[in-house]
Design a protein around this ligand. Sequence first.
Ligand SMILES: [Zn+2]
Length: 296
Amino acid sequence: MPLPSTDTVVLYPLGAENPESLTASAVVLHVQPYGDGRELVLLDRTPAHPVDAAWPDQGPDRGTILADEREQQLVDVLLGATDGTNLFVGADVPVRRGTEGWAFVVVHVLAEPSRIAVGDEVTVTVDAAHRRALSVGHTLCHLASLALNAAVADRWGKPVRDDALGHPDFDHEAIQSSTIVPNGSVDVFRLNKSLRRKGFATDGLDGALDGIRDAITATLRDWVATDAPVQIEREGEGLSDPRFWVCGLPDGTARIACGGTHVSSLAELSAVSVTLETGDDAGTGTLTMRCSADPH
Ligand SMILES: [Zn+2]
């Protein structure tokens, strides 16, 4: 079976008001055994968001594939890449997303071999409630990174790159991992020597944490109260085409590169809360920011 030569067309960036962002018909391009008795299916288009092993902030969608009146659960949705000869999946993908000569594909994983065949028309349906909770969490995560950057801006003694709102980009300089959870996010930042060398003052941070948390919370509540629309801008329909999260905030329009899913408006978030905690990871100081919101 030939492997696809172009990216999977992804429908999840269309946003929740477009039904195809959650359920859509598609044509099967490739089927093969995968792992322990499982099977993978490649389609020409899909509403299912895959986890990207290179930066796994937003996990896979949950959902089903309906083929020939038989519905099967998606046990995973992964990012894959093919050079036309081999298909690499998840952590085995050897190239960066968007590399010339490669097609980037959404890999739908089934628990067991199916009767799905190349050329079949199937319907993929995503679990809407789980998607919504991840979209709430992901939009909140972007807002919180901007609010954190603003709250610690006075700790920088040297110039570093600015964030989308013109504050020193602490998030970019210090992020270790970012995890989107239902209706929230967990970001871990490294407070290491290299960050201090770049000019960030970590002294007295522990004692200042409550004040920083309160500043972030107040900023987030102000922003959420504006009900500002959120848009996903994209340069093409393919999986690896650049996409941007765009939100008009009182302090300016924020535009952040992002491959995930988002709410359509900040009116969908309420009751925002934030915690900050310092810690230690094998001798390196860390700062963990946990955010949550109620979907509205
Ligand atoms: Zn993002």
